[in-house]
Design a protein around this ligand. Structure first.
Ligand SMILES: O=C(CO)[C@H](O)[C@H](O)COP(=O)(O)O
Length: 241
């Protein structure tokens, strides 16, 4: 089995959280895309849902599959969001934004009663930070913002190379919101909450790829099978450690 198969297995399991009549948030990335494909089949079979996509790419995919779409302004409170992640730690804290959709992903996730994260087992880590942390920043004052991010991160115990993400043709990558992404190779992030708090003090930072206390359920598929993790259990483990 390949990581593609595991992503599909996780996506299949996430379907069990979907009920007729739900308002859903649809994530972005290759794993979320598998869920959208499977949801499209269910919709063809008669499932009634309305979905808010977290990116233009997901919007196009879902529209092509005939999935009913709406905006978050039309449905400001969602029942469930299913999305992927770049990393997930034992407390179900996440790094997201590898696909550049972190801002809409976070807005949609926090508007949802329940957030289910689907991933293959390569995404599980003991400590966040192996994957460079994406930070969405406004284009104005980019160099100054980058400098301040470095300073704030250093004060919060993290440092490393910060690179402007490039897109097709080598030009700076532009998000669906017209912003840029800085990918920060900080290495182990021992205190994600402190880093997130510090980064948010930088005026040019729109949002960070740290998703803390947002995921409710993690579905991780790999060579050992499909594992379903719950944030409540993660808190319980932490409280009792
Ligand atoms: O956060 C994301 C996009 O902004 C994705 O969920 C994340 O990058 C994982 O992608 P994939 O499922 O392709 O590995």
């Amino acid at each position: 089995m390949s990581s593609d198969d595991w992503k599909r297995q996780a996506a299949e399991q996430a379907l069990s959280y979907v009920e007729d009549g739900m308002k859903l948030g649809l994530g972005t990335g290759s794993t979320a895309a598998k869920f959208v494909d499977l949801l499209g089949e269910k919709v063809k079979g008669g499932l009634k849902v309305v979905c808010v996509p977290t990116s233009e790419a997901t919007r196009a995919q879902a529209a092509a599959l005939g999935i009913p779409l709406a905006t978050l302004d039309e449905h400001p409170a969602l029942d469930l969001t299913v999305d992927g992640a770049d990393e997930m730690d034992e407390e179900m804290r996440l790094i997201k934004g590898g696909g550049g959709a972190l801002l809409r992903e976070k807005i949609v996730a926090v508007a949802s009663d329940r957030v289910v994260i689907i991933a293959d087992s390569s995404k599980r880590v003991d400590v966040l930070g192996r994957f460079p942390l994406p930070i969405e920043v406004v284009p104005f004052g980019l160099a100054s913002t980058q400098r301040l991010i470095f300073q704030m991160a250093t004060d919060a115990g993290c440092d490393g190379e910060i690179k402007l993400r490039l897109g097709a043709g080598g030009a700076p990558f532009v998000t669906d919101n017209g912003n840029h992404i800085l990918d920060c190779s900080f290495g182990a992030i021992d205190d994600p909450e402190a880093l997130d708090d510090a980064l948010k003090l930088v005026p040019g930072v729109v949002e960070t790829g740290l998703f803390l206390g947002i995921a409710d359920v993690g579905i991780v598929a790999g060579p050992m099978g499909v594992e379903v993790l719950s944030a409540i259990d993660a808190d319980f483990d932490e409280e009792n450690s």
